[in-house]
Design a protein around this ligand. Structure first.
Ligand code: EPZ
Length: 429
């Protein structure tokens, strides 16, 4: 993916011809939200580690730039990410930390390996304040000294020591950060109120294959017994459940029949429970999920996002787009991020009737949308707006689509291969 970057003022736009059904088969690649922490975890050893099937997305490219700046001989070899060598630099370059929230995931590893880590407050999608207090609480409990100097966070430690750590919220990133920091700490660590997302289980699986002693991943109590060293391995991450959900929502919204290979039932069952209509069928068998849709959905009822196993916040925008195409009422309650409704104001441009009351949105679908001009404000919001534009009658434009490239590899090619009509235009001022 050529990284034109917004720095040059370059913007990119999709032109979409809506109203086309989707047909065909798609294979999922490794999940963005597991590959990013896995890259951080691979730095816990200086031996060569290979993470397979990594999507070519902006956030992975940014993470590679960061770990190379820390001293790792990291590179992409086709779909594999290879890291090797000991990190030596304890400062995450500010301009890179500002680009991506996941830079904060490196702190636990850096503390473990170098006894020191410095970063600025991380960037990422503008979906809320996204503080890092829970991360700092966890790393501090392991013995790190945490200092805030202007916009720099400095952590130092003369050897991390296991501890019992209760998280005030089951933060995915903070759980991952503490897991990585505790892996080589002296003694035993227990994380209470840990996040239970599948990506946490994937990280624990890779760390245990490297020689770590982690149990309880996937539950709210995770135990880590510190070990002396980890070895390099080759690891294939779990497929991307959010890309799967995005494909399912798009197929239901546009109509047609799409088969998603390497897509376990757990990636679709929460959607099947909501999308109930005799004109739509979502079926998962032998690791393949098939979606068929040939009519207009009724309203989707009330959907509440929350920490796993509740409805994933990363699918909130996509389900709002589907609700806007339905013929009826849907209420969405966003419980994870305090500012994750920017896409709703864009959806209204396609004719959706939406009222927002704090973290609750009421969407009244009329059974159809009409094309219009929209702007993507964040990664998943952009994906949701693309679904709406593909389902709408007539032409639409979606600007600022580079934010979608952060988490989807060539999203327009993925959907065009299924019959959508999307062209990317690069606008140089
Ligand atoms: C991860 O972000 C994902 N990112 C997010 O996906 C996902 O939305 C989120 O988990 C929730 O599932 C990656 O894994 C790279 P959190 P993370 O810490 O770890 C608050 C996407 O689109 N909080 O679970 O940053 C926070 O503000 C991205 O792929 C604190 O208050 O999420 C939020 O309200 C978006 N203090 C809530 O907790 C902290 O120290 C959940 O955040 C940390 C978090």
């Amino acid at each position: 993916m050529p990284d034109l970057g917004e720095k040059a003022g370059v913007m990119e736009r999709f032109d979409i011809e809506g109203g086309r059904k989707l047909w065909g088969s798609v294979r999922l690649k490794g999940a963005k939200n597991t590959v990013l922490p896995l890259i951080a975890a691979s730095l816990l050893t200086d031996e060569e580690t290979v993470i397979r099937d990594c999507p070519d997305i902006v956030d992975v490219s940014t993470m590679l730039k960061i770990v190379r700046a820390l001293g790792s001989a990291a590179y992409r070899d086709g779909d594999d990410i290879v890291t090797r060598g000991r990190i030596t630099n304890f400062e995450i370059p500010k301009e890179l930390a500002c680009e991506m929230r996941s830079s904060v995931f490196l702190l636990g590893t850096m503390l473990s390996v170098l006894g020191r880590a410095e970063t600025t407050f991380p960037g990422g999608c503008a979906i809320g304040a996204r503080p890092v207090d829970i991360h700092m609480h966890g790393l501090g409990a392991l013995g790190a000294k945490v200092e805030y100097i202007g916009d720099t966070i400095r952590l130092t430690s003369d050897g991390l020591k296991g501890a019992d750590i209760k998280l005030s919220f089951p933060s995915v990133g903070a759980t991952e950060n503490v897991m990585m920091a505790a892996t080589l700490a002296r003694g035993e660590t227990t994380i209470i109120n840990a996040a239970r997302e599948p990506e946490i289980v994937d990280l624990a699986n890779m760390l245990n294959m490297m020689g770590a002693k982690i149990s309880g991943a996937g539950t709210s109590v995770i135990k880590i017994i510190g070990v002396d060293a980890l070895r390099g391995i080759k690891y294939t991450p779990m497929p991307d459940r959010i890309v799967a959900g995005t494909l399912i929502a798009a197929t239901v919204a546009c109509g047609g029949r799409v088969e998603i290979t390497n897509c376990p039932e757990s990636f679709s069952d929460y959607l099947s429970a909501i999308i109930k209509s005799d004109t739509c069928n979502i079926c998962s068998k032998y690791g393949i999920t098939t979606v068929e849709s040939y009519g207009i959905l009724p309203g989707l009822g009330t959907i509440e996002t929350g920490p796993y196993p509740m409805f994933p916040t990363d699918m909130q925008a996509q389900i709002c787009a589907l609700a806007a195409c339905s013929d009826g009422e849907t209420t969405v309650i966003e419980n994870v991020f305090e500012n994750r409704y920017a896409h709703l104001y864009e959806l209204e441009k396609l004719g959706a009737k939406i009222s927002i009351y704090g973290n609750m949105a009421k969407i009244t679908g009329k059974g159809f949308l009409v094309g219009g001009d929209m702007m993507a404000h964040d990664l998943r919001g952009g994906a949701g707006l693309l679904i709406a534009a593909m389902a709408a009658a007539g032409k639409s434009t979606l600007s600022n689509v580079r934010v979608i490239d952060r988490g989807y590899e060539n999203i327009e090619k993925m959907f065009s291969a299924l019959g959508a009509k999307i062209t990317r235009t690069i606008i140089i001022p």
